[in-house]
Design a protein around this ligand. Sequence first.
Ligand SMILES: Cc1cc2nc3c(=O)[nH]c(=O)nc-3n(C[C@H](O)[C@H](O)[C@H](O)COP(=O)(O)OP(=O)(O)OC[C@H]3O[C@@H](n4cnc5c(N)ncnc54)[C@H](O)[C@@H]3O)c2cc1C
Length: 240
Amino acid sequence: MPTAPKWINDALEKIAPSMLRTVKVEEIFYLNANIKKVRLRGDFSALHFAPGFTISFRVSPTESRHYTISNVDDSARAIEFIAHIHSNAVGAQYINSLIPGDEKIKLAVLGSDKQYDPKVERQIIFGDETSLSLMSSFLPYLQQNNHPYQFLIELDDENCDIPEKLGLKNYRVYTKNNIFRDKDQIHTIPELSDDVWCDANIVLTGNVQSIQNFRKVLKENRHEGKIFAKGYWLEGKKGL
Ligand SMILES: Cc1cc2nc3c(=O)[nH]c(=O)nc-3n(C[C@H](O)[C@H](O)[C@H](O)COP(=O)(O)OP(=O)(O)OC[C@H]3O[C@@H](n4cnc5c(N)ncnc54)[C@H](O)[C@@H]3O)c2cc1C
């Protein structure tokens, strides 16, 4: 629930305390002025993480915003996420304001739908700046289990070097608001005309409009693999 009256958010915190963790900001790192990695310290030992694990911050008395965990340390005492500081909207502003030492940050742990299936050989993950955390969480699984995989990332020009800074591999960067707004151009993506990818597991995240276009093309192509789609943001819409 991205927007709710304050009393409902207060009540939820009281009746579902097991979903909440109180954490401390341990470290922050700006990959550039718009992309921030945050490391949080807390007790995450009871949680079963998988790629796509979602957390939520109460960024104002009435607003909550979702982010994806990119990494959990071996002791399960620290997690990281990567955020796009896209404007001074309430969520972006909240994340931008976090500094090392901030305490008593309340975090709801929401879990994840099954996005990674180790039994499927080939995997494609699509998204934008908001999906970099998800892609980082997928990477070790894809590498350790020797999957052929491809990240397809639409990015603003100033963020084009971020995948390399994050150590992502097998990625292709596309200019934002370009090919994923045009179904004919989506058809030109190499993996879509190569039969070996016809039953790949495909995870679509990021901008809702781009996801919808990509999904339509996959349906037109009668893609045989599973398609998981989760919109992270939509122009003109607060929270998702
Ligand atoms: C399951 C899930 C996981 C997510 N994981 C991440 C994550 O790991 N990292 C991350 O950065 N984001 C992630 N998001 C997206 C993030 O929650 C949204 O971008 C959210 O809208 C940010 O809140 P805000 O208050 O900054 O902007 P809002 O108040 O929600 O929106 C204000 C305006 O900004 C626009 N807007 C929102 N996001 C963007 C954007 N990225 N670029 C350009 N315009 C935007 C909106 O369309 C709206 O017009 C995730 C979302 C979901 C649903």
